[in-house]
Ligand binder design. Structure first.
Ligand code: MLT
Length: 214
């Protein structure tokens, strides 16, 4: 295990055999860490570099990517601050490891910070897979995400993310010009095999299009 501490986030970096494919930025859920999604990352992008930071906010000892006031109620000033911090880390890591801009794969809280980062710092990410995501900010900035591929995977039995909220996120991202696909699976809040299979297909296709400039 190779957790690194020298950049602004504790993180893991795994080199990939394919140097031109966008790296995958792995963003864990509440209580996870930089090791959680490495196995998923390898399944969805076998040849890509993987960059996996640990959220800096602690909630009862559990790492997260931003503060919340209650379940599903976010400290939006902190969301903005932390999304900017994450985008700065991505720029640092790109320089340190010699990487092109990454595509994010976020789960739960990690999906929410990925959505906030897309909206606040569009240059940081070439696209995203958002698993069990919610609207991260009630008043998002005017962002231009024209053509960026985004896959939102929701669960029809998810007790934490109301369907209307996920629909609102999809509409918000579509309004920015992003190329959004929103799928709802017969699943709860947890990650399922179907999420992994859909994420793999999406990333394979999106990475190919990004590399060929299509
Ligand atoms: C969040 O706080 O980002 C969402 O409620 C998801 C979670 O982390 O449980």
């Amino acid at each position: 295990m190779t957790t690194a501490t020298q950049l602004s986030f504790i993180h893991r970096f795994e080199a990939g055999a394919n140097l031109t494919a966008p790296p995958v930025l792995l963003l864990h859920g509440t209580g996870g860490d930089e090791n959680d999604l490495i196995g998923v990352g390898r399944m969805v992008a076998p040849d890509a570099a993987l960059l996996s930071p640990r959220g800096k906010v602690l909630e009862g000892g559990m790492p997260r990517f931003f503060r919340r006031l209650a379940e599903g109620v976010f400290d939006e000033d902190d969301v903005k601050r932390r999304a900017n911090e994450l985008a700065d880390f991505i720029a640092e890591a790109r320089e340190a490891y010699g990487l092109p801009a990454p595509l994010a794969l976020g789960f739960s809280n990690g999906a929410n910070i990925a959505a906030a980062t897309l909206l606040l710092r569009p240059e940081a990410l070439v696209g995203a897979v958002l698993i069990r995501a919610m609207v991260p900010m009630s008043e998002p900035p005017v962002a231009n995400l024209t053509g960026k591929p985004v896959l939102i995977l929701s669960g029809s039995m998810d007790p934490m993310v109301p369907a209307a909220n996920a629909d609102r996120l999809a509409a918000m991202l579509k309004d920015t010009g992003a190329d959004v696909q929103h799928r709802t699976l017969p699943a709860g809040h947890g990650l399922s095999q179907a999420d992994i299979a859909l994420a793999r297909d999406f990333i394979t296709h999106a990475s190919g299009a990004i590399v060929s400039g299509a």
